[in-house]
Each structure stands twice: as structure tokens, then as C-alpha cells.
Design a protein around this ligand. Sequence first.
Ligand code: CU
Length: 462
Amino acid sequence: MQRRHFFTGAATALAAAGVGRAALAAIPEAVQQTSADTAPPWTPPGVTGAGRPYSPVLTLNGWTLPWRMNNGVKEFHLVAEPVVREMAPGFLVNMWGYNGQSPGPTIEVVEGDRVRLYVTNRLPEHTAVHWHGQRLPNGMDGVGGLTQPQIPPGKTFVYEFVARRPGTFMYHPHADEMVQMAMGMMGFWVTHPKGKHPLINEVQRDVCFLLNAFDVEPGSRTPQVNTMLEQNIWAWNSRVFPGISPLVARLGDRVRVRIGNLTMTNHPIHIHGIEFEVTGTDGGPVPKTARWPEVTTDIAVGQMRQIEFIADEPGDWAMHCHKSHHTMGAMGHSVPTMIGADHRGLVQKIQRHTPDYMLMGERGMADMGEMQMELPENTFPMMTGTGPYGPIEMGGMFTTLKVRADQKPGDHTDPGWYTMPPGTQAREVPTPAATSRAPGSAADPQTPTDASARKPAGHHNH
Ligand SMILES: [Cu+2]
């Protein structure tokens, strides 16, 4: 849901001074977003001049900033401000963002558009906005101190340039960057080609999102801004699974996914069920002769990757970062590995002194997915997300690609879980007796029954 708020203070002052209607509208209204749901693609209302048609993108758990035409210039209004982001249902984090959310709204323009961006700073400290990847005059590059004075709290600056090349871009502060990006300040930018482009395919689905990370102590609500690498919340567009919308496609659709990385580590993004090609980066389209098939592509820090595939296999396909700790929620790194350790009888003894004591990891960590452990308030569980067959045991940077034959063209609504055709699903069969070993049994080689079992047998000492 979007709400529009006018800068009533400024408007009142201007009205009192008897300024005309044109001056009152000198700055476009700043549209606000109150929801973390995926907003439908924003199609501009009937426009003329530079308001040329394009096929809009879908921002995963985000939205597109409406613009207005003013004498042939597309005008936007960003407001940098503190926001509360719902990272997953019931998990709220105090962030800094733009126009009510983190990330900020996606900005969509067409190659050749003259763009004017007003930026109002409602943060407690100065900021500046860098338009990552754009060709523009040096003074519009948004590097505080280098190309412009910082935007002080309470002030509005304006940027203006021509979106010269089509592609996938982002925006973020170049002011107190470590703090401001750790607090969630960033947004996506798409410049659509002005016509048919030899290296840019027409697609039926065009989805974008940013990779971001936070360090939110369990039980708290504000990210630790001085954490360099040990973030514990791995997010897509400031959302974590199961709070991330699925990518939905109609069988046979050509799908483009644009991903930017504003975390401090790389993310190998992996999609099941299909092969894709990297068709572009933030540097522009990749020549066709330089594309090769992949199922995983690594997205390094500060990079963007634009990938494309044909959604020709129906199902619910996992799509995730392949760093396994990035598909988990907050967890302690100091938990010792307990696999293979025999703790029988020990837990009860410890619980006599420490009634809340729990043993973790004796048989692996999978049990965590359904463990009903008491968590501090406002803590995102370590693993979460339940599928039709039980806990998915993943959170963080994980979602699903849902491909359906009966999905309507352009319909992004979640079709629910996939129904497997009969005979196409892994199933249990009788286990041959000779290979059956119950965990913890004497036949389990990882479970020594006594000290002598550890001694190598059949060898002589030399
Ligand atoms: Cu990752």
C-alpha cells in the first residue's frame, strides 16, 4: 500500500507567501510505501514526450517509484529516512531507507530519458546518493566530499542527468557508507532500451532485487553498524525466507533476473531445474559470443548480474545462495560440532543442574528446523520455512522459482505448492537388511561402543 505525503510545512510557507500553483509543485510529492510485499509492476499512466513505453520490472518484496513528467523531464522524489522494515512476518528491524522502506523504491526509466531526482534527507546525519554504473556528469555522481557537498539533515538536493545507456544499475549512499549501507540504504535502477536492442532480449518476466546483509543481535531490533563481515541476517531486498516472494513464471516464459550485491561478501546464486546465461552486468549487455550456460553465478561485492532462462520445467524449484550459512537465520558460531558424539544419559545429568540445557547437533542440525526452542523476542529463527513435505530447513537467501503451465501471462501471484505428476517423485523403498544401521547402534562405524573399538584391528605395531 502506498501513501502520498506532501511536504506540508514547505507548502504552507509557500502558500502564505502568495506563490502560485506552479511553484507549489516545484518538487514532486514523495510517494511512500508502507508494505514489504511485492508490489505489482508499475506502469506509468498515459504519458507523452519522453514518457516512452517499456515493459516494467517486478521488484521482489519491493516497488517502483512513480514519476511525473515536467517539460520532458522525468522527475522523482526520494526521501532518505529511518524506516521499520518487516524482514519476515513478525520480525521487525529498525533501518534507514528511502520513502518508507529498505531498500528504496526501484527507479525505472528509458534510455535517453532526462531524469531529475530530488533527494530529501530526513536522517540524523548527512548523506549523498551515488547512481552506481551510470554515465553522467561528474558533479551528479553523488560522492559526498568529492563531487558535491554532503546533503545535510533536513535539506533537499537535486540530481539531473540523461540515462545514457540501457541496463541494470543501483543507487546507494556515498556518505558514511559503512553505517548507511549496514542500515539498509540502497535501491535498484533499471534503464530500459529505447527500442529493439541487439543484445537485450524481450522477456515475459523481468525481476530484480538486491542482496543485503545485517547484523541483528537476537532479541534486538537495530543492526550493529560496525560489523565488518560477521553479519547474521542474509537477505534479499531486506527480506529473509520465508518472507521472500517466490519468482513465478508461466511455462515457456523467458525470464530475466537482475541481482545486485551490496553486502560485504560474494554470493553464488544457484537456481534448480533450469540453465541460465549471464546476459548483462552493471557494465552493460554481455556480447552473445561471450555467454555460456550456468546453474550458479557468483556475484561479487558491488557487482550486478543480469541472468536469463526459459522457464520450461514445471515445478517449485529452489533458488538460493550456495553459501549454506547464508540460507540460515541468526545463529551462534560457537556451537561445537557434535556429530558422532555419544551423549546418552548426559543430558539428564546436566539438566539436574541446568534445567533449560538442550543438546544440539548430536545427529546433525536438521532437528533445528522443527525445534520449538524459546527465542528472545523479535528473533528470526535459525532455520525456517515449511514446504508441503515438512520444514525446508532454510531461511535467509532462499526462495522458490514456481513454474506453472496454467499461470496467466504476467500474473505474479503465488500459485501455491506444485502437485507432482504420479510416479515423478522420490519415494521410500524397503531398505535391504544387510545395509540397515540404526544411528547409534553398534553397527554404526561413527559410534564407538567402547575404547577398544577405536583401536585399528588387523595391524601390527612396528
Ligand atoms: Cu550468500
